[in-house]
Ligand binder design. Structure first.
Ligand SMILES: C[S@@+](CC[C@H](N)C(=O)[O-])C[C@H]1O[C@@H](n2cnc3c(N)ncnc32)[C@H](O)[C@@H]1O
Length: 195
């Protein structure tokens, strides 16, 4: 199923899986956004605000953008300081050089080719700003709960080397590549890329 329709349906149940989603990050993502007070942060594919709510609580000036208005409606119930925008990662509605951080967790798994989003992230970042992106190891979309029964949301597998290469082709400097493992299998790639 198309991602926007799928997440609109899944929104009321998305937070039930918070612990499961967190397990792919093991608390690491927020460590790369350590000092965010007063910093401008764009959370792309922010969903229900699993991470952006905490960043706002720490004083970050957060804009949450998502194609799913229903996911953002859930976010709105948790925090009134975050700016909400319905929009597409591939056409970010911002000027050049606006943000200190752009983050995208569990987003690129829904993009056929993340290059266009990376290009847009580069454009809207300030010089020296950072993109924090995660790449889940997911070859088959899992079933997701909705009020109308389980659905599968369209998703795409990206090789870690390919993700890194695409970022470097766009002139990002990779500062960190953090692979999260479950036993011997990588489950998530966390990249910090500087403009
Ligand atoms: C798995 S959820 C991740 C939500 C949140 N980032 C998190 O880590 O919990 C993926 C989100 O990306 C959004 N999304 C998918 N394709 C998108 C696109 N092209 N532009 C913006 N958001 C998109 C979905 O609507 C959904 O809310």
């Amino acid at each position: 199923m198309n991602s926007t329709i799928g997440y609109d349906l899944a929104a009321p149940h998305y937070d039930d899986k918070e612990d499961y989603l967190n397990s792919f990050e093991q608390g690491k993502v927020l460590t790369y956004l350590a000092d965010v007070a007063g910093k401008k942060i764009l959370d792309v594919g922010a969903g229900t605000g699993r991470l952006s709510v905490e960043l706002s609580r720490r004083g970050g000036l957060v804009t949450a953008l998502d194609t799913s208005s229903e996911m953002l409606k859930v976010l709105a119930t948790k925090n009134k300081f975050i700016e909400l925008m319905v929009g597409d990662a591939e056409y970010l509605p911002f000027d050049v050089g606006v943000f200190d951080y752009v983050m995208a967790t569990f987003l690129i798994v829904h993009l056929r080719d993340p290059k266009r989003f990376f290009d847009e992230a580069y454009r809207v970042l300030k010089d020296g700003g950072r993109l924090i992106v995660t790449n889940i190891n997911q070859k088959e979309p899992p079933e997701v709960k909705t009020d109308k029964g389980p659905i599968k949301i369209e998703s795409f597998y990206h090789r870690p080397e390919a993700v890194q290469e695409k970022l470097e082709e766009l002139a990002f400097t990779i500062e960190t590549e953090d692979m999260v493992f479950d036993n011997d299998v990588w489950v998530n790639q966390i990249l910090v890329a500087r403009k």
